[in-house]
Design a protein around this ligand. Structure first.
Ligand SMILES: [Zn+2]
Length: 524
């Protein structure tokens, strides 16, 4: 039996540039509960108002199976727990579980904490006991456990024993700086569990791994193999520096490859949507290359490979993607042949001509465009529009008469852009002007104004990412600019592309595809 302990809301939020509101935390907690996580760590009560509010409001979440836990550190040196403001806040917090962190590396204790090794043991014992007496279930996070164990195994074990003796029910071995390797984690975890059994300590052993050596998931699995039964981690591996163990990859590996039954099949199928949901709340574009949940995790590129992948799925896909709520897809590229184009078109919901000559000419068009710098791998929506156009089924929202963009550097130092667009939509001529902090912003604003009355659905579309790349001049025609735009309607997102030797024109093409596709999806 292995339980999952999620610390996305505490350790995950340590990721640079991330700050979650109470509402964000509550929404994530509800999704973690649905996924089947056993414990959800909300943050530090008392250290900041957001976290205190989270604990108050989490009571009304009606979680089905998850237990909320609070996080804090042992009493400060020379202070009794009852005189320590943070510990008093933990005791008073509505969470029934408290995870208390204490140092397990003697060097850290004396050098960083500035207390004697014995004083550290006393602080841990008193702090754990104080919370147990306050009616809390206490999990003890042994900080720097693996480094501490290498330096002085006896002291690292003494720290665990003292926490267990004071009433901690779970002892979590933390690889705080993320540098441990899988074989070390296995050996040290196994030896630790052996020592605990010898000492007749019945506490559960957990693992908390960081990914600095790129081994956080592997380290977590090795700890489980050695007997640990609680795994701490974060969704998508979000966390400080290079992040924590990715709890989703850990879960999928344990359940699909190692024979553990942790969540139901239905819950496991929520893996991909949970990953994307949490990324969106963190305001981070979901990483397409994450194991199991990335949009490229089951993407097949190349003609021969793609058609083979369809016939021999086991050879190219390590699991059935549906098990984790993901799906296979074929990536269009210069390597693509007719077989993969057919598959791709099916995926995009476009019927291709069955007659071979037209199919070949379509393929030639794609290849020519790719030679000019288009890359349909990252622009499914543009490809979909291209295929539809080839069948004469293109949705043309408007006819452009002209546009003009100006950039202005103002006295206060700001640079503003203004765009004016003239176009025909629904048989009428519209002229609209939009402003923005850049030319693409301004064009987007003007276009929405111009077509907004005819297509009110345009309101729901949001440009979420804009990337420009200058392609090299080796083609001999001078530098070419490629613009990629990612757009979302709140439910799904799609990529579009524009290529031109003028960045504004490339941006315009990608923008028009983005809006056209969005309107198509919205049924305009
Ligand atoms: Zn951590």
């Amino acid at each position: 039996m292995v339980t999952l302990y999620d610390t996305t809301l505490r350790d995950g939020e340590q990721r640079e540039g991330v700050s979650l509101t109470v509402e964000d935390k509550l929404r994530i907690a509800a999704r973690l509960d649905a996924l089947g996580v056993a414990y959800i760590e909300g943050g530090f009560p008392a250290s900041n108002p957001t976290d205190s509010a989270f604990y108050e409001q989490a009571r009304s979440l009606k979680l089905k199976q998850a237990t909320i836990s609070a996080f804090g550190t042992t009493a400060r040196k020379g202070t009794l727990p009852s005189d320590d403001r943070a510990l008093r806040a933990l005791a008073a917090c509505p969470a029934s579980v408290v995870t208390l962190v204490g140092k397990a590396w003697e060097l850290q204790v004396t050098e960083v904490l500035g207390v004697s090794a014995d004083e550290n043991l006393r602080m841990i014992h008193q702090s754990v006991r104080y919370l147990v007496d306050a009616g809390k279930r206490v999990f003890f996070d042994a900080e720097h456990f693996f480094d501490g164990y290498k330096h002085d195994a006896g002291y690292a074990l003494a720290v665990l024993l003292v926490a267990a003796e004071a009433g901690a029910e779970t002892l979590v071995l933390c690889d705080t700086n993320g540098g441990a390797l899988p074989h070390e984690v296995f050996e040290m975890t196994a030896m630790t569990i052996e020592a605990l059994v010898r000492g007749d300590v019945g506490a559960v052993v957990g693992i908390h791994a960081h990914n600095d050596g790129g081994c956080a998931v592997a380290n977590s699995l090795e700890a489980v193999r050695a007997g640990a039964t609680q795994v701490q981690g974060t969704i998508n591996g979000f966390g400080e520096r290079v992040g924590n163990a990715d709890l989703l990859a850990v879960l999928a590996n344990l359940q699909l490859k190692m024979g553990y039954r942790i969540v139901s099949d239905k819950q496991l199928a929520l893996l991909t949507s949970t990953a994307h949901f949490v990324a969106e709340i963190f305001n981070i574009i979901p990483d397409p290359h994450l194991p199991y949940v990335g949009s490229s995790a089951f993407a097949h590129k190349g003609g021969i490979h793609a058609s083979a992948a369809l016939r021999y799925r086991h050879a190219y896909e390590h699991i059935d993607p549906a098990l984790v709520g993901n799906f296979s897809r074929v990536v269009m590229s210069e390597l693509a042949g007719k077989a993969s184009l057919l598959v791709k078109a099916g995926e995009l919901g476009v019927a291709l001509p069955s007659d071979d000559r037209r199919l070949q000419s379509l393929l030639d068009t794609i290849k020519q465009r790719e030679a000019r710098g288009y890359s349909y791998e990252v622009a499914d929506a543009s490809l979909s529009l291209l295929l539809r156009a080839e069948q004469g089924k293109a949705l043309s929202c408007f006819t452009l008469e002209s546009f003009r963009v100006i950039a202005e550097k103002r006295e206060d130092g700001r640079v503003m852009s203004e765009a004016t667009i003239k176009l025909m939509v629904g048989g009428e001529r519209y002229v609209a002007t939009g402003e923005g902090n850049g030319p693409v912003n301004a064009l987007d604003a003007a276009l929405r104004l111009a077509i907004g009355r005819f297509y009110p659905q345009v309101e729901t579309l949001e440009l979420t990412d804009y990337k420009v790349r200058v392609l090299d001049e080796s083609v001999g025609t001078g530098a070419v600019t490629r613009v990629l735009i990612e757009t979302s309607d709140g439910a799904t997102s799609w990529g579009t592309i524009g290529v031109s030797d003028n960045v504004i024109e490339a941006s315009w093409d990608a923008l028009v595809d983005a809006i056209t596709y969005g309107l198509l999806v919205a049924g305009a």
